[in-house]
Design a protein around this ligand. Structure first.
Ligand code: 3PG
Length: 207
């Protein structure tokens, strides 16, 4: 899979932090019901891998990825759990090489021109821009478009329904990521209808 194809399914990739395995499938189904099928489940909780396995098994229409992939070990675990792609908050040559060996498409995180050049030298030219708002937001993405017209971004970190449209309007932004589609309180209370509504609302973000 070409990582750029992740942008073909909608303007927002939800960044998901699951606390309970029991929430994984209902959450994925709620997001898919709202038209969001690319899902990034982060490796930030002890249940994350079990959640990925549950989604991979029970929600075959989801395009499931692992987020917060920081090492070759994480990449292997994500692949074994059924993930079709990986997202990392930063980039190391070791992680890039491990994902290539696993044939696991990687969206590596960068926040500076030097990090971008390191990832691009290893063949990665579709990059997560993280933490987007803290690292410089829209002005930094506009500045990077000058020297790096051949690089595309998925900004995440600090995006909201109110500012995501402005990011998506940039020519070098293909898709964006955010945690607002899977609020912890909605998952805790099983308010899957709210999550479907939030997912559905993302469709209008890309003009
Ligand atoms: C992350 O990796 O934490 C994502 O960038 C999500 O950030 P957000 O919670 O600000 O959407």
């Amino acid at each position: 899979m070409n990582p750029l194809s992740l942008a073909d399914h909608g303007p927002v990739i939800p960044v998901i932090v699951l606390q309970r395995v029991a929430d994984a499938v209902p959450l994925a189904e709620a997001l898919l019901a709202g038209g969001v099928k690319v899902l990034e489940v982060t490796l930030r909780t002890p249940v994350a891998l079990a959640c990925m396995e549950a989604i991979a098994r029970s929600v075959p229409d989801a395009i499931l990825g692992a987020g917060t992939v920081r090492s070759a070990t994480d990449a292997q675990a994500a692949r074994d759990a059924g993930c079709a792609f990986a997202v990392s908050p930063g980039y190391t040559a070791a992680l890039g090489a491990a994902c290539k060996q696993l044939q696991l498409p990687l969206l590596p995180g960068v926040a500076t021109a030097s990090e971008l050049m390191t990832a691009q030298a290893d063949g990665y030219d579709f990059l997560k821009f993280f933490p987007a708002s803290a690292a410089g937001g829209i002005p930094l993405l506009k500045a990077l478009a000058g020297p790096f017209p051949d690089v595309a971004f998925c900004p995440t970190g600090g995006l909201t329904p109110d500012n995501a449209g402005q990011y998506l309007a940039l020519p070098n932004v293909r898709v964006c990521g955010g945690s607002w589609l899977s609020p912890q309180d909605a998952m805790a209370s099983g308010d899957w209808a709210r999550i479907t509504r939030l997912a559905r609302e993302t469709a209008s973000l890309r003009s």
